[in-house]
Design a protein around this ligand. Structure first.
Ligand SMILES: NC(=O)c1ccc[n+]([C@@H]2O[C@H](COP(=O)([O-])OP(=O)(O)OC[C@H]3O[C@@H](n4cnc5c(N)ncnc54)[C@H](OP(=O)(O)O)[C@@H]3O)[C@@H](O)[C@H]2O)c1
Length: 410
């Protein structure tokens, strides 16, 4: 069990109230430049960028050269920096940056879901020990204010299910393939050009990025630390025109959906899988780079958040909100952890799925399919509809990613 932030015993958050905040910014890519623009376009904001650190000294920048440094020491050794904003695309370097700042008791804002999901227990413990706040609203669902809502608004309401489209790139690709019949690689290139895609697009299209987000949200919604490697993620790399045609004929849309849901009083199941979504579903109209999150609670019942899930300015708006929150000494208290909901992760869980496979595929030797409802075989378009167990999918996920098999929940 990691050290937790107990408001009674944790080191107090270093006060940043009432002063003009001087931030040290790591990264000046899509989101870093978005933040620069957002800060410039926000009248009266009492936040300035004291130093920017980037990686590549040979890159052309759209600001004067003297504003950039290339060593983290330019921020670490600068006594005028009040707080750190980490917006780089490298998870290990980001963890080093964030860890060092938190050890100094500094407060940090980050958007790096991979780094956060992989190190949540340590990051929570560092805050408790040294007093710096660590805020990361932009890491999950872009501009949607979901983490602070889970922490504050749903503080006392029991959450039964959290489900969402958490990856703007995949949603953008699927929307354009569905609406225009566009080719997968062409649309992925467009998503990269528009700044939606991760530097390594595998993280998006194989569903790792929404899985990292799901792990973070699961902690804030259910108080359960989930290690990313324990959560199944299958993405949209293998989607073909046949799968989209199947969706159209049935009146569905194809979307990549992340789910954490209570199965009974003390068990929680989490996974990221493509879904065929019917028209009446709240996620049906989430298109392009938008994200959508449904929160199902005991008392409020179903609520739905939608907003842009990627892009420089929308993501920077969430970063800005976190920076502003630092000025009133806000920090996450991981309230659901303290409520001791005593949930444990469930590995076995039946899923009703469509499985499309290539001619001669050994799929049924790898994956037991139960309750077979339909089987269609026509040369290059073969599928079954039936039930598979989450645990079997998890065991076979590496094989499934590398073969001509596409699986979607019905
Ligand atoms: N793009 C989005 O829509 C979006 C949405 C939500 C969250 N995020 C997250 O936001 C973060 C930034 O994403 P991005 O899209 O802005 O990435 P990006 O456009 O690829 O920019 C990355 C920046 O990080 C810098 N960098 C890389 N390693 C560094 C290091 N060790 N020290 C200092 N600087 C370093 C790069 O420096 P150079 O300029 O010298 O190459 C570049 O300026 C990522 O964690 C991403 O997952 C992005």
């Amino acid at each position: 069990m990691p050290t937790l932030i107990n408001p009674q015993t944790a080191a107090p958050v270093a006060s940043l109230t009432g002063k003009k905040l001087n931030i040290g910014l790591y990264g000046f890519g899509c989101v870093g430049q978005g933040l620069y623009g957002v800060l410039n376009d926000t009248p009266g904001i009492r936040v300035g960028i004291g130093q920017i650190v980037v990686k590549n000294p040979n890159k052309r920048r759209n600001l004067p050269a003297h504003q950039f440094a290339f060593s983290p020491d330019a921020i670490r050794n600068n006594p005028s920096i009040d707080a750190v904003v980490e917006l780089i695309d490298h998870a290990d370097d980001a963890f080093e940056i964030v860890q060092q700042a938190l050890r100094k008791g500094q407060s940090v804002v980050s958007a790096n879901k991979k780094m956060i999901a992989e190190h949540l227990p340590e990051l929570v413990a560092l805050q408790a020990e040294h007093g710096g706040a660590f805020l990361y609203e932009a890491s999950c669902a872009g501009s949607i204010p979901i983490i602070r809502n889970l922490e504050e608004y749903y503080d006392n309401d029991f959450i039964d299910r959290l489900q969402g489209i958490l990856n703007g790139t995949c949603n953008y690709i699927l929307t354009r393939m569905f609406q225009e019949g566009a080719d997968f690689n062409t649309v992925l290139t467009d998503a990269q050009r528009l700044g939606f895609a991760e530097s390594d697009p595998t993280l998006d299209i194989d569903g790792f990025d929404p899985k990292y987000k799901l792990c973070i949200l699961t902690l804030h919604a259910f108080g359960l630390f989930r290690k990313p490697e324990e959560v199944l993620n299958l993405g949209i790399r293998q989607v073909t025109a046949h799968d989209l045609q199947f969706a159209r004929e049935k009146g569905y849309k194809l979307q990549l959906v992340a789910t954490s849901q209570k199965v009974n009083q003390n068990q929680l199941v989490s996974y990221v899988l493509p879904h065929f979504i019917p028209e009446k579903h709240l996620l049906y109209n989430v298109s392009q780079e938008y994200n959508g999150v449904i929160v199902q609670t005991a008392f409020a019942e179903q609520q739905f958040f939608m907003g842009k899930g990627a892009g420089g300015y929308p993501t920077a708006s969430a970063v800005l909100s976190d920076i502003a929150a630092l000025t009133y000494n806000y920090r996450y208290e991981y309230k659901k952890v303290y409520q001791q909901l005593k949930l444990e992760a469930l590995a076995q869980y039946p899923l009703h799925v469509y499985i499309r496979y290539g001619h001669g595929s050994p799929i049924f030797e790898r994956l037991p399919v139960h309750n077979l409802e339909a089987r269609y075989e026509a040369g290059d378009f073969n599928y079954v509809i039936g039930t598979v167990d989450l645990q079997d999918l998890h065991r076979e996920q590496a094989w499934l990613r590398q073969n001509d098999v596409f699986i979607a929940v019905l």
